[in-house]
Ligand binder design. Structure first.
Ligand code: IPM
Ligand code: MN
Length: 342
């Protein structure tokens, strides 16, 4: 019988609420599928700062060192980028998949997002988030700067990961780039060079501004989208609008050992914090990715199907603006409904 260790990091805002909700469901699915989950709690972000004087305490790193996965809630900023960097979680997978019962929640017409299944792959530990930065002064005045810097090898390794995943899907890899303005970041050429080992994958370089427009005009044409850190961040929120709520989307950030950090795509949502109404399905989607990463595919499938049944019956958290014929539920009720359907 397998046993897994999870480090749960609630963070701030609605983070602790959606992590607790997801862990309840994970524990139940573990029981049903015959494996065990040991959960330890770690601090990160503002709460960690208050209690330990560090946004990413050494104790949290040590917990993560011994774990099989990190389930993360949300923080406003402090500590998260450091955590991603520390464990070299370079490969961020952000699936944008529509639910059949939620097509009318999309910002687009339902037929435009039917069967939508895009995988955004975002490079997560380099680019403008981590390049040289600072505030300085010269003769013109005080200025700030962040540098979009990528080592060729950083682009090559995320390219290989993307090619592998595209090969197992529909075989179309769209490369988000901005080479007309940023010619020293030759994503297209580097991905093309790596792609010689993947003859079945079709490459489609696309300027990222045009790509954003195409995602709105015709999202179903996309399969895998590879993007650097900043472009991937922006495009994935656009994905939230396509499927009806950013509260539905989860992500997995994997390093080269297969170890991962699992978090929703949304933020801390201070406006609804503590009200018990947050949508836990984003964090739960991330947990599904964790189960898949572990090879616990039956457990992953069980949660997916439970989710589908609950949504088919019309239950909705507030972020989905329930209309007539739909039933507004809070986090706890949604969790109980999911448990019944597992
Ligand atoms: C995300 C978030 C983070 C990011 C923030 C909180 C730093 O927006 O995970 O998408 O930009 O990476
Ligand atoms: Mn973001």
């Amino acid at each position: 019988n397998s046993s897994y260790r999870i480090v749960a990091i609630g963070g701030e805002g609605i983070g602790p609420e959606v992590v607790a909700a997801s862990l309840t469901i994970l524990q139940q699915v573990a029981k049903l599928e015959g494996f065990t989950l040991e959960v330890e709690y770690g601090l990160l972000g503002a709460i960690a700062w208050e209690q330990t004087g560090s946004y990413l305490p050494q104790a949290t790193i040590e917990l993560c060192d011994r774990a099989d996965g990190i389930v993360f809630g949300a923080v406003t900023q402090g500590g998260l980028l450091e955590l991603r960097k520390h464990f070299d979680f370079f490969c961020n997978l952000r699936p944008i998949r529509s639910f059949n019962s939620l097509l009318h929640k999309s910002s687009l017409k339902p037929e435009k997002v039917k069967q939508l299944d895009i995988l955004i792959i975002r490079e997560l530990v380099s680019g403008i988030y981590f390049g040289p930065s600072g505030r300085a002064e010269d003769e013109k005045g005080i200025y700030g700067f962040h540098t979009m810097r990528y080592y060729d090898d950083e682009i090559r390794r995320i390219a290989r990961a993307s090619l592998q995943l595209a090969e197992k899907r529909r075989g179309l890899l769209t490369i988000a780039h901005k080479e007309n303005a940023l010619p020293h970041l030759p994503w297209t050429r580097l991905v093309q060079e790596e792609a010689t080992l993947f003859p079945s994958v079709i490459l489609e370089p696309m300027l990222v501004d045009n790509l954003a427009m195409q995602m709105v005009l015709n999202p179903q044409r996309f399969d895998v989208i590879l993007a650097g850190n900043l472009f991937g961040d922006i495009l994935s929120d656009l994905g939230g609008a396509l499927v009806g709520s950013i509260g539905l989307l989860g992500s997995a950030s994997i390093n080269s050992n297969g170890f991962g950090l699992y978090e929703a795509i949304h933020g801390t949502a201070p406006d609804i914090t503590g009200k018990g109404i947050a949508n836990p399905l984003g964090t739960l989607a991330a947990c599904i990715l964790m189960l898949e990463q572990w090879g616990e595919t039956a457990a992953a499938q069980r949660i997916r199907e439970a989710q589908e049944r609950v949504l088919n019956k019309g239950y909705r958290t507030a972020d989905l603006f329930p209309q007539e014929e739909e039933i507004l539920v809070n986090t706890e009720t949604l969790v109980n409904l999911l448990l019944e359907e597992l």
